[in-house]
Design a protein around this ligand. Structure first.
Ligand code: 4AD
Length: 505
């Protein structure tokens, strides 16, 4: 196998090479031939480029070879760069030569769509698809902007441990591992250790993989996900909300700046993202409950049901039209295109059908919601569907939330906590709180939740030696990416997802 030499050009650099002869090194993403001309779409990790090989302008033998070249074969391809706004990426290569590095035959993922199960089984290959590539580039920006925001705002990075001796969140979601014969757990949060570090550094953050044995197959749950958690000494609830909204706004601005074309390829609503500026909406839990159980929500959900039924009708009509077209005389690429569209439309139809089925159930749950329970996924969805910017829900009942949250001294039933719900039905992306800083009250909360107090001796110490008001929050990276990109399921937002029912590869 020959290595392309160092004089190859990246597709992302083509704008600076118009009129020049360049060599690209990459993979054959797609190709079609119309007799004397072949259109080869090459990808190289930085973008896509249409390379046009004309009979007579490349050696005959090569022309025939390229015609038979399988999808995902690796190659170098040489030609003159020209600007072509109709072409993917905006530039084209008029091919003069090519070298096949390693031919691929029968690549299992063809340009027409496949079912999600098949794609997850082939994730090692599906990562090369345009969609996964776009999401991967956006994920890169999200992670980079997370680090940048905290590094530029006086926070110190602390690496908290993955092996944990006790629960940081609900005990039911702990993953137990055998640690030299004793039980140990994979961390659910770096928060408790981060609180210790905040008493040394003031403002800190940790960023890493987090594990939850969440027996939930929803689109919002992974068993391994990435969470960034800032923790700040001397901060109150208002200060935390301000930090969270500035942080989320910063991430969005970076993604809009660096990944506009990827967002557009994914069909994300960039106009809606551009409008997201502080202040975000603020509701107390009690206000949220009043909304859920009120007339406005009832009407909103009834209207939504009508709208979903209309969407269902439109999708069914479109599907029937395409199925009719399929029966006609079509070229292979036209058949593939229709097949791909049909898979998309049928998946949208399945989603709409599920929502039609769930609407009355969710309406009932909302109408009968009792003060005191945590908001469920469907309740959060309703609140977030009713807003066009993120919504903070604050002051949840303390009994429904984690032991470490500070009791509101003005209303002992609630804690100084919050969730941030992304708008347009996406739901929770951040959970956070002020921490209980009083030794006795914290010990009471630990006991009240049935936890073993000795496991938290060191954590209680932080309330013995110079306790201060402090707090923080955790933002889920995959949920944030799913919201920004409009992906329905967060499993698409991490390269190798870990799900409750299956680890594919
Ligand atoms: O609300 P959570 O459980 O908060 C904590 O873990 C706190 N200790 C954070 C803190 O205050 N330092 O989780 C925070 C966020 C959620 O809002 C969500 O975005 C994400 O983590 N998350 C998940 N993401 C994917 N799959 C799961 N199973 C998740 N569970 C939580």
């Amino acid at each position: 196998m020959t290595m392309p030499n160092s004089s190859t050009t990246y597709i992302s650099q083509l704008k600076d090479s118009v009129g020049q002869n360049v060599t690209l090194a990459g993979w054959l993403h797609n190709s079609r031939s119309s007799g004397k001309i072949q259109f080869l779409i090459v990808r190289d990790g930085t973008g896509l480029c249409q390379c046009v090989a004309e009979k007579g302008k490349v050696p005959d033998e090569l022309f025939e070879h390229l015609k038979r070249l399988g999808q995902e074969s690796s190659l170098t391809i040489t030609g003159t760069v020209r600007k072509e706004s109709r072409s993917v990426g905006g530039y084209e290569l008029a091919v003069t030569d090519a070298q096949i590095i390693s031919p691929a035959e029968d690549y299992p993922i063809s340009p027409k769509s496949h079912g999600i199960d098949f794609l997850l089984k082939n994730r090692h290959l599906h990562l090369r698809s345009q969609r996964q590539w776009c999401i991967g580039k956006i994920r890169h920006t999200v992670i980079d902007s997370i680090r940048r925001f905290f590094n530029d705002n006086g926070f110190t990075l602390i690496d908290t441990p993955i092996f944990s001796a006790a629960a940081g969140e609900e005990e039911q979601t702990l993953f137990e591992v055998d640690y030299f014969g004793s039980p140990m757990y994979l961390t659910q949060t770096g928060q408790l250790h981060l609180e210790a570090a905040a008493m040394s550094f003031g403002r800190v953050y940790c960023f890493g993989p987090t594990f939850r044995a969440e027996k939930s197959k929803t689109r919002r749950h992974l068993t391994e996900f990435w969470m960034v958690e800032p923790e700040v000494a001397f901060i109150d609830l208002d200060g935390l909300l301000e930090l969270a909204e500035n942080f989320v706004t910063f991430i969005i601005a970076q993604v809009l700046q660096d990944n506009k074309s990827q967002l557009e390829t994914l069909g994300a609503d960039t106009a809606a993202l551009e409008k997201i500026k502080p202040p975000f909406y603020r509701l107390t839990y009690t206000e949220a409950v009043d909304i859920l159980t009120g007339e406005k929500t009832k009407k909103f959900l009834a209207y939504q049901l009508e709208d979903l039924k209309k969407q269902k009708q439109q999708l069914e009509t479109k599907i029937a039209e395409l199925e009719e077209q399929q029966k006609g005389q079509l070229k292979q690429w036209q058949q593939d295109k229709i097949a791909a569209e049909l898979i998309e439309l049928n998946s949208d139809l399945a989603e709409v059908n599920t929502r039609i089925e769930n609407n009355p159930k969710h309406a009932k749950l909302a109408a009968e919601f009792q003060w005191g329970k945590d908001l469920g996924g469907s309740d959060e969805t309703i609140i977030s569907q009713m807003h066009d910017k993120p919504v903070f829900v604050t002051h949840y009942p303390k009994e429904a939330k984690a032991f470490y949250m500070k009791t509101d001294r003005d209303n002992e039933k609630v804690a100084l906590n919050f969730d941030l719900l992304a708008p347009a039905g996406f739901g929770e992306i951040i959970g956070g709180s002020v921490r209980e800083d009083d030794y006795d009250l914290l010990l009471d909360r630990i006991k009240a939740q049935g936890l073993i107090a000795e496991n938290y001796d060191w954590y209680l110490d932080l309330r013995k030696y110079g306790s201060v008001p402090h707090g923080g929050f955790g933002l889920g990276v995959e949920r944030t990416i799913a919201w920004l990109t409009g992906e329905k399921h967060i499993r698409q937002c991490i390269a190798f997802p870990r799900l409750m029912d299956k680890i594919y590869i």
